[in-house]
Design a protein around this ligand. Sequence first.
Ligand code: N01
Length: 520
Amino acid sequence: MSDTTPITIIGTGFAGLGMGIKLKEAGFHDFVILEQADEVGGTWRDNQYPGCACDVQSALYSFSFEQNPNWSRTFAEQEEILDYLKYCARKYDLYPHIRFHQQVAGARFDEASQTWTVETANAPAMWDYMAKKGLNPGDAIDRNDPEKPEYQSLRTNILISGMGGLSTPAYPNIPGVERFEGKSFHSQNWDHDYDLKGKRVAVIGTGASAIQFVPEVAKDAAQLDLYQRTPPWIMEKPDRPFSKLERTAFRHVPGALNTLRQSIYWKLEARVVAFALSPRLMKVAELDARRLIRKQIKDPVLRKKVTPDYTIGCKRILMSNNYYPALAQDNVDVITDGIQEVRPHSIIDKTGKEREIDALIYGTGFRATEPLPEGMVFGRGGQDLIHAWRDGAEAYKGTTVTGFPNFFMMVGPNTGLAHTSLVYMIECQIEYILDAITKMRQNGWQSVDVQPEVQREFNEDIQSRLDGSVWQDGGCNSWYIDENGKNTTLWPSFTWHFRHLTSRFDAAQYHCEPAEAPIT
Ligand code: N01
């Protein structure tokens, strides 16, 4: 079965929903949104681990055109952000456009018609199949396997990915994990039916997710063994409920919420100076972080374990008021000896010490530098996107990739942020893509494909800006950097600079193919 639609969006997080809203506002109603789950929300629907919250201030963590006067706290929790996204989908009447339970299996560009064929599978059937085959999300699927769920195809002129850069969980490659017989899950797939109360729990990883759920798990677990490979730098989180007065002002005083938003935006934006332009300034932030360790941890051995030895900012700077106190609890051990092997009911560290456990939780993050598996997106000449990216993922303005016409990526290469709200970048990309579609329709272009040299120069500039920044040369291993040692994830400049670059679709940098028949 094959059907057609002029515009297809993948995903219903901030990116997919924002794109849908702006398409409708511009008068383009001929789009569908493919969503593998049964509800909207993206990362804020998928990540429901205990303690899940945003480490960007709530005033900044919403669409600029739909600011939320109802945030309850300075840093919103997961449920509230998910409610906000559902509210946006309802308010802008996006539900009729969304096809739920559609997992995108692949997409292929057809030269003759200059269109994309997107293959989808019923998502629950696909999850069952993957579980049966022992495959993790993001693993390649054998298309010739007769047991695999049937694919449907959808033909589309414009394909917009709103799948996000941090949506495929990463699992550690540790000997023996497949033989573990207790309960195990990744932070993104938290099993709320499994009661951790009184259990012996091991957590692997100490990143942004783990530091949020570890204090919650430590409240109930009989024993929590936290396997730390590299300690993160952590700052105090200025989190508090908004007062009644503040909330009244947000609702009734014109511009009150926007004024707060602007002040946070510019304060965070100023941090780029230290991160990218003058990393020595990071020492000031480091003093604050060291002070927090001294204040919250009394044991000198534990203090030493949790104090990083790399420049602050090299990995995402985390914020928490309850992580260090949780580590200081009697039922929590921070293990820094590395993991040698996982056995059916225990973990052996690299000193040979064995610790029995009932449950193993992976706080091991996401496949940030390889968000798509091989064999998923094929552009001109059947080229696999992953092969096009063998020297590192790159795009023009983080959005279009040469040889992949009409394929627009939101939160594509080098559009991630370490210092402020990603929603800002998403809105910039929405503006750029919307202008591209508008120009395509006005000029009767069937396809637009960025010129290779334009993409190359753009990325050379990005890499030269990253040189010397704490994100590239901060002396740590981070998910910002790919296996070639290249930072393919972060935007290395001010976000207003990105806004400027994406304020209009620069068709002169593209090869624009006229349509044989008008596109409707
Ligand atoms: O993942 P991470 P995350 N053996 O990659 C460790 C966003 N986010 O899910 O540092 C042992 O940061 C790894 O160790 P190391 C945010 O952008 C946002 O926590 O590589 N350990 C690390 O400690 C964030 O940056 C919010 O040495 C292993 C941890 O696992 C991003 O998501 C909230 C290992 C992974 O940390 C990812 O955060 C939460 C191994 N084999 C997340 N492999 C907001 O509030 C990995 N590790 C907006």
